[in-house]
Write a protein that binds this ligand. Structure first.
Ligand code: ADP
Ligand code: ZN
Ligand code: ZN
Length: 817
């Protein structure tokens, strides 16, 4: 009696679920979630067993060749999650399963082959003969070693035949975990101090000499390896300098196994940097009642519960995550803590590390494959009790999950914006259902959809309305930039921001200047009256097309016009596109305040490894006075010396043709405003805008999260956007603009046929239109948006027909740009 299984096969070209038979040699060893090797066409590929079946759906069912790992690589709840995610995001199951498997598994797991009959003479096939001879000659070998002898020759089928005949034994092997994860790069003096001193004069040219000397001098004083970020901060040096010192044999650079916080040294300035143990804290009444709810749910694991924990930064949310994690660990279960980005949330990570020493695994994008694989395996055995990391940490194979937290759950980094598209917060809630875990979403500014779900009982709403310290949120002063222009102030800074900046610097304090970079220089407005050029059909702001000359376009309906020479409203000639980069702001600060040390923190300056740490350390150590940056400033750290936050341009992006633009800007402005005045020094926020009456600006200035939610929700209701409808965004990309346009119209015509049928009459189509970012990486983008109570089933049917091949299909997208 044969056993049959369904296997999801993952090779880029073919992706699907196929039936296989379990051979006798593997009987009893194959179970659900196992990673196996199977023949596929004339190839051999890896796949994961997802279920047993009574009857194969094809006649000539092939057999599994090998078992890669004696333990399952996916748990049952993980398979359930993968299937649900595939179903709800319209992705292939294989592509979703790929999210769960660390690359290391296919690379590090291997099979060990040994010849059992030493004098066996093979006559069956040339490949089999070669294999036997190889094993005779070299002794037992691993699959990858055999690969190197059989370049381009498929040998695994012949080998399995030998295994079946009992001539060769096959045993899965996995190298032992390396146990501790490397994390930070450190530097250590490599020579006696006198020797280093002697080299001081010869370390470089005029430009580099001082930096390298400072770095070396600092390292001479350090008895132990030091995080390179400290060296940078202390000396103004960079990696190249340290590498040069290493070249000369003066220092050693290596990866250290300890997780160190960039602010450890700055801690002496910052009371917030000392983390009390649990016993030292009495929860506030609000914290207690929130925790009580959560713990109650934790102790009834037969049901799953989701919570939205809403509270401003500093209201004590993290303390609740810590205690909830402790409760599930006490019950023999594990916790997953999702954060938007590890590099930007070192304080949260460190609090978990210090509360649960030796039990926390960190998952982040800078891990090597081997490190990732090790963490994955330690999670699988349950050796790790807490996994903390960005969205992919959700897929850690913990055996018995009791808690899933998504901190800053509104953050767009939870959405994977490349195929397979998925939202980790939505996936987290699904996963909690499959595991019976408690799901806690935390944020000061949850999305409208998340908040709506909390109010309509799909999640429970817990609130922490006050900061623990009782300190007030900073005062936000709105500056109407049109008045500045009228007063002849045409620079980047208003008169007030200039004065405040000057005063802050004179007091020896620090300032942050924030730029909202999204949608830079794309829409057109009048600098005198604030008039924004809009589409006569849809009222969507028109955007300047970068490829064409001065053409303005509506991305909803395709309406076009020339860019006008003067404002249609006030006839002013000051009609401009809107946008500004952080480099320009930095230049301006340097021009106005020549002795000020500026630091830029944007995507450009953070491409290098450890760059976030480096910049933060510099700034936290007061090695710079003004930090200029984009979205990243919204997250991260307490910086007690920061007493001024200047929002240089609040309204960039406010008029983007995207129903989610307003909420995104509100979130980021609110978070940035919260950067000021964390300490007793107090602080203020200056918000520069051309549209002071806008709801987003007004709500931000009043820290009015609830008011913003009410208005925004009302607007979504009126316009029929989520949560009052569901969207699916279809995008097509092509190098040739005409081909892109043609394909978009072809698919739109097909869709239109269906939309006229009674079954789909509630679904409407927006487009086809060029996407807002009409060209990315040499590809022209066109899009179609379907909107309705639930347009997904329509596409599920249609996808089967394959006429959306090569389209990117996003269910519940977080942006329509
Ligand atoms: P959030 O996660 O909402 O930003 P935290 O949990 O980080 O808030 O709390 C902010 C600060 O207050 C932290 O330094 C934390 O250690 C401290 N804290 C939290 N809860 C209490 C409490 N009940 N009593 C005293 N301090 C607390
Ligand atoms: Zn229009
Ligand atoms: Zn005007």
């Amino acid at each position: 009696m044969n056993t049959f299984v369904q296997i999801v096969v993952n090779v880029p070209a073919v992706s699907g679920i196929f039936d296989y038979a379990v051979p006798e040699s593997l009987a009893g060893q194959i179970g659900i979630g196992h990673l196996v090797v199977v023949p596929f066409g004339n190839k051999t590929v890896q796949g994961v067993v997802i279920r047993f079946v009574d009857q194969p759906s094809v006649q000539n069912v092939k057999e599994i060749t090998e078992l890669v790992d004696p333990l399952p690589v996916l748990t049952q709840p993980q398979i359930a999650l993968a299937e649900s995610m595939a179903e709800s995001t319209l992705s292939s199951l294989a592509s979703i399963v790929g999210l769960f498997l660390p690359v290391g598994i296919s690379q590090e797991a291997d099979v060990h082959y040994q010849l059992l009959i030493p004098d066996y003479q093979d006559k069956t096939s040339p490949v089999a003969t070669r294999l036997i001879n190889l094993l005779k000659e070299r002794g037992a070998l691993r699959g990858r070693q055999i690969d190197s002898h059989f370049r381009k020759v498929e040998w695994r089928n012949s080998m399995s035949a030998l295994v079946r005949k009992g001539i060769v034994s096959a045993k899965s092997v996995l190298p032992p975990p390396r146990v501790r994860s490397k994390y930070v790069r450190v530097a250590l003096l490599a020579v006696p101090p006198q020797e280093a001193e002697a080299e001081m004069p010869n370390l470089g040219t005029r430009q580099t000499l001082a930096r390298r000397q400072a770095a070396l001098r600092f390292l001479i004083q350090q008895p132990e390896p030091v995080n390179v970020s400290w060296v940078y901060a202390e000396s103004g040096s960079n990696l190249a300098d340290l590498q040069e010192l290493e070249e000369r044999g003066l220092i050693r650079l290596f990866e250290s196994e300890i997780f160190r916080d960039p602010l450890e040294r700055a801690g002496k300035h910052s009371p917030a940097d000392w983390y009390p143990t649990k016993q030292e804290l009495d929860l506030t009444p609000e914290q207690s009642s929130a925790l009580q709810e959560i713990v109650h749910a934790i102790s009834s694991p037969d049901q799953s519960h989701s919570y939205l924990l809403q509270g401003v930064t500093g209201s004590g949310k993290t303390e609740i995550y810590l205690r909830a994690a402790e409760e599930v660990i006490k019950r023999g279960r594990q916790a997953i803590i999702l954060v938007p980005e590890i590099a930007l949330t070192p304080q949260t990570v460190r609090r978990f590390l210090s509360r649960f020493p030796g039990q926390v695994g960190i998952v982040h994008s800078k891990l090597s494959e081997g490190e990732r694989y090790d963490t994955w395996r330690r999670a699988r055995t349950g050796a790790l009790k807490v996994i903390i990391g960005a969205r992919s940490a959700l897929f850690s194979p913990l055996p018995n999950i009791g808690l899933i937290v998504a901190d800053e759950c509104h953050d767009s980094s939870y959405y994977q914006a490349d195929p397979p598209f998925y939202h980790a917060v939505i996936a987290a809630r699904m996963y909690a259902r499959f595991t019976g875990a408690v799901c806690v979403l935390g944020s000061a500014t949850p999305t409208v959809v998340q908040r709506y779900q909390a109010e309509t009982q799909q999640m429970q709403h817990l609130q922490l309305p006050r900061r623990i310290t009782g300190s007030d949120l900073p005062f936000v002063q709105i500056i109407d930039m049109r008045d500045e222009l009228k007063a002849g102030q045409r620079g980047i800074f208003s008169r007030l921001l200039f004065r405040e900046l000057e005063a802050t610097l004179t007091r020896g304090e620090q300032a942050i200047l924030f730029l909202n970079r999204r949608g830079t220089a794309t829409y057109i407005f009048c600098r005198d009256c604030g008039y924004v050029l809009r589409c006569p059909n849809c009222n969507t702001p028109l955007t300047l097309h970068i490829d064409e000359n001065e053409r303005l376009l509506c991305h909803q309906c395709g309406y076009q016009r020339q860019k006008p020479k003067e404002c249609p409203s006030c006839k002013s000639k000051q009609i401009r596109e809107y946008g500004l980069g952080s480099e320009r702001v930095e230049a301006e600060v340097n021009g106005l305040f020549p002795n000020t040390r500026t630091l830029r923190w944007d995507w450009e300056t953070t491409r290098k490894k450890d760059a976030h740490e480096m910049i933060l350390t510099h700034f936290a150590n007061h090695q710079a006075d003004v930090l200029i940056g984009t979205q990243m400033l919204a997250k991260g750290l307490d910086l007690p010396l920061v007493t001024l936050v200047g929002i240089v341009l609040a309204d960039v992006g406010l008029y983007l043709p995207d129903p989610f633009a307003g909420e995104r800007i509100f979130q980021v402005l609110t978070q940035v405003a919260g950067r000021a005045g964390r300490s007793e020094r107090g602080g203020k926020v200056i918000l520069q805008t051309f549209d002071p009456a806008s709801q987003v600006i007004q709500s931000t200035a009043r820290h009015d999260v609830n008011g913003f939610y009410e208005t925004e929700l009302e607007q979504r209701r009126r316009l029929g956007y989520p949560p009052f409808s569901r969207l699916v965004r279809l995008e097509y990309r092509h190098r040739d603009p005409l081909s892109a346009e043609k394909e978009a119209h072809r698919v739109a015509a097909k869709l239109r046929e269906y939309l006229t049928t009674p079954q789909w009459k509630l679904v409407t189509m927006i487009g086809p239109v060029p996407s807002f970012f009409a060209k990315i990486g040499g590809f022209y983008r066109w899009q179609i948006v379907l909107r309705g109570p639930d347009p997904v089933p329509l596409l599920r049917e249609r996808l089967v027909e394959n006429w959306l091949k090569d389209w990117r299909v996003e269910v519940d997208p977080i942006s329509l740009l």
